[in-house]
Write a protein that binds this ligand. Structure first.
Ligand code: CP
Ligand code: NVA
Length: 309
């Protein structure tokens, strides 16, 4: 595995399966000392509930330590250059989990840092979310290959990482979005290459009904991501026909899973109350952030072999 995790495309299928297998075993292990003496810096430019708490708990439960650095404190690229911050932090800590506006900031951090850098969400990708979601799907369905995931909404960071994750493990990926909000061409082409290798399919449509037909998983995310607040009105108008409700779930397979990375906006991308539908697994997804990141940190920070075999 590479030093950093900036994109799902940094991983291959075997590495993804190894992380899932290790995370599943970790659920049974509870507290360990496997990262004793290790420290993770959490360098965040945007707010967070799940990512921050799950990374902090992932270090704590393995005997390690974490330091949260808020945007005001560090001033990435403002108070100090990103390159200098990376070089300074590398002298103190064993890893950096960074939540940034641009993917380029992550690339600079990783380039100048001698310790692993983990993408804790950027405008381009959310790899820790997508890997945790694969863990949830595997637990619920007993497999990944051959399933169909229908993403309804914005071709955003979460959609990009899910496209890569699905197509790497042989899962069909469909996106239903209004024209102009598709996944960017370069990402889509990369996803199609992964799909060609794993034997899965990629479908882009503007029709949510077409996307969810026979789907095993229906997934949605916010219409206005962090940093897009100025476009909020325009986006809410563009996505108004893309709300996921129980009737849309009824059009998929009987045992369809409903997924959302959270935070959710009730009455926008989801019909109010949908999180309580028996088909919703959103809180299992949130829990699995902790388990998957424990496996990831063990792999990147301790140089231990993480293998499912
Ligand atoms: N899903 C997720 O990343 O949540 P937070 O933004 O609260 O970390
Ligand atoms: N697309 C959302 C995901 C939040 C976890 C955002 O970037 O704000």
């Amino acid at each position: 595995m590479k030093k950093d995790l900036l994109s799902i495309a940094d991983l291959n299928r075997r590495e993804i399966e190894g992380l899932i297998e290790r995370a599943r075993r970790m659920k049974k292990e509870g507290m360990t000392r496997l990262l004793s003496g290790k420290t993770l810096a959490l360098l965040f430019e945007k707010p967070s509930l799940r990512t921050r708490v799950s990374f902090e708990m992932a270090m704590h439960q393995q005997g390690g330590h974490s330091i949260y650095l808020s945007p005001e404190e560090v001033g990435l690229g403002k108070r100090e250059s990103t390159a200098d911050i990376a070089r300074v932090l590398s002298r103190y800590v064993d890893g950096i989990a960074a939540r940034t506006f641009s993917q380029e900031t992550l690339r600079v951090l990783a380039g100048y840092s001698s310790v692993p850098v983990i993408n804790a969400l950027s405008d381009l990708e959310h790899p820790c979310q997508a890997l945790s979601d694969l863990l949830t799907i595997y637990e619920m369905k007993g497999k990944l290959t051959g399933l169909t995931l229908a993403f309804i909404g914005d071709g955003n960071n979460v959609a990009n990482s899910l496209l890569f994750s699905a197509t790497l493990v042989g899962m069909d990926f469909r996106l239903a979005c209004p024209p102009g909000y598709e996944i960017k061409e370069a990402i889509l082409n990369q996803g199609k290459k992964f799909a060609a290798r794993s034997g899965s399919q990629v479908l882009l449509t503007s029709d949510p009904h077409e996307a969810v037909k026979n789907a095993d998983i229906i997934y949605t995310d916010v219409w206005v991501s962090m940093g897009q607040e100025a476009e909020a009105k325009k986006r809410r108008r563009a996505f108004s026909n893309y709300q996921v409700d129980d009737k849309l779930l009824d059009l998929a397979k009987r045992d369809v899973l409903f997924m959302h990375p959270l935070p959710a906006h009730h009455g926008e991308e989801i019909y109010a109350g949908l999180l309580d539908d028996p088909r919703s697994v959103v809180f299992d997804q949130a829990e699995n952030r902790l388990q998957l990141q424990k496996a990831l940190l063990l792999k990147l920070l301790s140089n231990r072999k993480v293998s499912g075999k």
